[in-house]
Write a protein that binds this ligand. Structure first.
Ligand code: ZN
Length: 144
């Protein structure tokens, strides 16, 4: 097990994102502005377009999946921790099209139509992301 850390419950925020804003940057900027260094994130709403990623475990590269049509955010779940000294959002999403068919993966970017976000601050030492040579990902490291 690479990291186990206990936190207390901090502040709890609900917020709506601006139409046409970029969802990953907006949530990250909000966490930074509110001083949230560790937390959990959930959201529902709709995106005008999105890019999700699938991490190829053999080539160690993200395969980008472009979705250039309106989608419902049926579920977005993620966390805030620290990378390069700043709050970093890692989020995954499932997005549903007009038929209710779902695509999902690592949320790289998305243009907001409307989105309602729930942010739970965690009080304690924020996990720090460092490069992990085994996976080539930036994972939580015990040594910070
Ligand atoms: Zn991911």
């Amino acid at each position: 097990m690479s990291l186990v850390r206990e936190f207390g419950s901090g502040r709890l925020f609900l917020f709506g994102l601006d139409h046409d804003s970029e969802i990953v940057a907006s949530i990250t900027n909000l966490a930074e502005r509110l001083g949230v260094e560790a937390g959990t994130v959930a959201a529902i709403g709709a995106l005008k377009r999105a890019e999700i990623g699938y991490y190829d475990q053999n080539s160690h590269e993200y395969r980008a999946i472009e979705i250039d049509r309106p989608m419902e955010i049926t579920s977005l779940i993620g966390n805030i921790s620290t990378r390069d000294g700043k709050p970093f959002l890692h989020a995954h999403a499932t997005l549903a099209d007009s038929e209710g068919d779902v695509r999902g993966g690592h949320l790289s970017s998305g243009t907001v139509f409307a989105a309602e976000v729930y942010l739970q601050e965690l009080v304690g030492q924020s996990p720090v992301r460092r490069h992990d040579p085994t996976t080539d990902l930036f994972l939580w490291s015990e040594t910070d």
